[in-house]
Design a protein around this ligand. Structure first.
Ligand code: PMP
Length: 400
């Protein structure tokens, strides 16, 4: 027995704790102590899951066949619903054999990179990025290569930037539109141009479309493999029901990709988790087949809150908040508040600023550091209108 052996593997030691879940947990802990904390941390809709989805799940609970193991890659009825949904929402024709049902979109990201990457493969990662991406790329042995786009370019990377970050080791690009954390949405022309560049250089693209239905101002956008059929053999779509149907806790996502890649990812999943919970899968199928009315209602509420949060944040001296066009996050720059003293506390970083706001205003926001973008804060506006106004109002008072 060697005492020098580390207890935890280097691979897992290198993973950082999820900063978004950490902020949310700290906010909940303070609330449990009786503090009136308002949480802008969690990326989850505040609405209950629509009733027809819950009813489908209740019925599934009573069916003995759902008390058993089912195929690791997903229930046939859910895969068929995903095929129909992809045709309806993206005009993209796929077959059930191109679908793997996963334990949420997060697990889909993990499965995609674990299946695609060999040690040393580089993945171009538009930054600010969603916290989980670099960790799942590294866990698969890959190297995330950050490509930064700030608010002066609407947080959207250009083909020129991607091209200058590309090397002979680049295997894939990760695209997220609408984006968490910035709410940026790529136009059809931008998606088309990035797709053409990827085709030209034989790159894979993992495209995370989990916020596809939360796009505002009537902006037209599209799914990458729909606008670039010539990329379909090297494209993996990540999606899920969490954000669209207020189903974060049900844990259902999926990947769509070429048959060989999906078969390989299914093999991995058959040893890692087996099938996703059957009741959740039936609920997801009911969500996908149940139309988009509930989504439209949620979207209307998000649209209203977006205006409130952006207007109120821009009234805080030192905060500059661009208007996001999708998802449910505002991502203001707080650089003008840094390097200064607030209430006798010297604040140098956005991370310190987030702690200061939590300690002095009982408001939780996630620092930009969590997304590879120091100098910003992320506010999820998927919370009730009153709480939202009260929370940003407290920040106005703190710095006003
Ligand atoms: N992709 C993005 C961009 C996200 O923001 C999230 C949730 N924060 C997910 C994927 C994963 O969602 P889930 O695992 O809950 O389906």
């Amino acid at each position: 027995m060697s005492l020098e052996r580390p207890r935890i593997s280097a691979r897992v030691r290198a993973i950082a704790e999820s900063a978004t879940l950490k902020v949310d947990a700290r906010a909940k802990a303070l609330r449990a102590e009786g503090r009136p904390v308002i949480g802008f941390g969690a990326g989850e809709p505040d609405f209950p899951t629509p009733a027809h989805i819950v009813e489908a799940a209740v019925a599934a609970c009573r069916e003995p066949r759902f008390h058993r193991y089912t195929p690791a890659s997903g229930l046939p009825e859910l895969k068929d619903a995903i095929v129909r949904k992809t045709r309806r929402d993206s005009s993209y024709e796929i077959e059930a054999s191109q679908v793997l049902v996963t334990n949420g979109g997060k697990h889909a990201v993990y499965g995609a990179f674990a299946t695609l990457l060999d040690p040393g493969d580089e993945v171009l990662l538009p930054t600010p990025y969603w916290t989980t991406y670099p960790e799942s790329i590294r866990l698969a042995g890959g190297i995330p290569v950050e490509v930064f786009a700030d608010e002066t370019q609407d947080f959207k990377v250009t083909v020129e930037q991607l091209e200058s970050a590309r090397t002979e080791r680049t295997k894939a690009l990760l695209l997220t539109s609408p984006s968490n954390p910035t709410g940026a949405v790529f136009t059809i022309e931008e998606i088309e141009a990035i797709g053409a560049w990827a085709v030209q250089h034989d790159l894979w693209v993992v495209t995370d479309e989990i916020y596809e239905h939360l796009v505002y101002d009537g902006l037209a956008t599209a799914s990458l493999p729909a606008v670039r059929p010539d990329l379909r053999e090297r494209c993996i779509v990540v999606n899920g029901v969490a954000k669209t149907y207020a189903m974060t806790g049900w844990r259902v996502g999926w990947i769509i990709g070429p048959r060989d890649v999906v078969a390989a990812a299914s093999n991995l999943q058959s040893h890692a988790t087996s099938n996703v919970g059957n009741v959740s899968q039936i609920a997801a199928a009911a969500a996908l087949d149940g139309g988009l009315d509930a989504v439209a209602q949620m979207k209307a509420a998000f649209e209203r809150r977006r205006r409130t949060v952006v207007d109120m944040l821009n009234d805080v001296p030192g905060v500059r908040c661009p208007e996001p066009q999708g998802a449910f996050y505002a991502f203001p720059s707080v650089k003008d508040l840094l390097g200064r003293t607030h209430g006798r506390v010297e604040i140098a970083t956005s991370s310190e600023l987030a702690s200061y706001i939590l300690d002095h205003a009982d408001v939780a926001a996630v620092p930009g550091e969590a997304f590879g973008a120091p100098g910003y804060l992320r506010f999820s506006y998927a919370l009730g209108d009153d709480a939202l106004q009260e929370g940003i109002g407290r920040i106005q008072k703190l710095f006003g």
